[in-house]
Design a protein around this ligand. Structure first.
Ligand SMILES: C[S@@+](CC[C@H](N)C(=O)[O-])C[C@H]1O[C@@H](n2cnc3c(N)ncnc32)[C@H](O)[C@@H]1O
Length: 301
């Protein structure tokens, strides 16, 4: 597993026997993804046994939500107890892969968050519930209840000694707010100079069709959300697992932030998109950033 992980890979899945792509192009002509980034067109549940136990610093999981989305397969057609049993099943397989200092973020919705979080609390320590406010514009919508505009994200850790690096994700104050907090009491405070700890409501626009980041995946997550998780919860050079990588957002964050990555996706065309995205993010001309200094979620200071 380790040797395979370290090999640079072609940016599109190849025929293992011939080395050719589905389109017939030799793999050597295709854009490469960096060593340390492993994008697998495989089923996580049947392949997870290949990951050594306690080898992963961070799991970012964005599974099917049980709401009937079309991912070109029937993976989101389970609902109710069937969905929850499936969720418990793959979480049981994933959790042993975490190091003792490791942590896990799981995206879900209000419909199933209570059951999923209750289950995870029997296995891990709950650190936060993060609310992703998708900044959905006000429209007519439902008239029988309040409009739902958020996703729930559970943040869990293996132990109280979990890795957490606040500095790369601190949010700097703007000059006006900083001035307003210039009382003697605050002088010399690290948070005033370097910025404050992001709150647990992350207000980030969903990726609508015109968004520059958007690719052909129905539930692609914004890079700035996932990149914050990677920066805060995985040490540089550490290893991240994404069991349901979709268009490869977590892989892109890892390529940009020098973390190793292993991800699974059963839809071949999403895998190809992930490879294209990682390849572009790793290109020498791609913008680099050591810290999350741009595109911060908007927060009330
Ligand atoms: C919510 S999407 C992930 C989106 C991703 N975070 C992104 O930003 O593009 C869930 C993905 O899991 C994939 N999937 C479903 N069951 C799977 C399985 N058993 N193994 C690997 N991938 C699976 C689906 O095809 C779908 O693309």
């Amino acid at each position: 597993m380790r040797d395979e992980f370290d090999e640079p890979q072609p940016a599109v899945e190849t025929n293992v026997a011939t080395g050719a792509t589905a389109a017939g192009a030799p793999a050597s002509l295709l854009p490469q993804v960096p060593a340390g980034i492993q994008l697998l067109n495989r089923d996580f549940l049947t392949d997870v046994a290949n990951i050594p136990d306690e080898s992963i610093d961070l799991i970012v999981c964005d599974p099917p939500y049980g709401l009937g989305k079309d991912y070109g397969n029937d993976s989101d057609m389970r609902t109710g107890e069937e969905f929850l049993a499936w969720t418990r099943g793959w979480l049981e397989l994933a959790i042993p892969k975490l190091k003792p200092s490791g942590s896990l973020y799981i995206f879900c919705t209000w419909q199933y968050a209570p059951e999923i979080f209750s289950f995870l609390k029997t296995k891990l320590t709950m650190i936060n519930e993060i609310i992703w406010d998708r900044r959905v514009p006000s429209m007519g919508g439902t008239v029988r209840r309040f409009t739902s505009v958020h996703d729930n994200i559970g943040f869990f850790a293996v132990s109280k000694d979990y890795f957490f690096d606040l500095d790369p994700v601190r949010i700097p104050y703007d000059a006006i707010t900083k001035k307003a907090r210039s009382r003697k009491l605050f002088e010399g405070s690290k948070w005033l100079e370097l910025g404050y700890n992001p709150k647990d409501v992350w207000s980030v626009s969903r990726l609508h069709r015109q968004h520059a980041e958007r690719v052909a995946h129905p539930t692609q997550k914004p890079l700035e959300i996932v990149e914050r998780m990677v920066l805060a919860s995985c040490p540089k050079g550490g290893r991240v697992l994404d069991p349901f990588m979709g268009s490869g957002t977590t892989a892109v964050a890892c390529a940009r932030q020098q973390r190793e990555f292993v991800g699974y996706e059963i839809n071949e065309s999403y895998c190809a998109i992930a490879r294209e995205r990682v390849s572009a993010a790793a290109a020498p001309s791609a913008p680099r950033r050591a810290k999350a200094k741009t595109q911060r979620p908007t927060e009330v200071q």
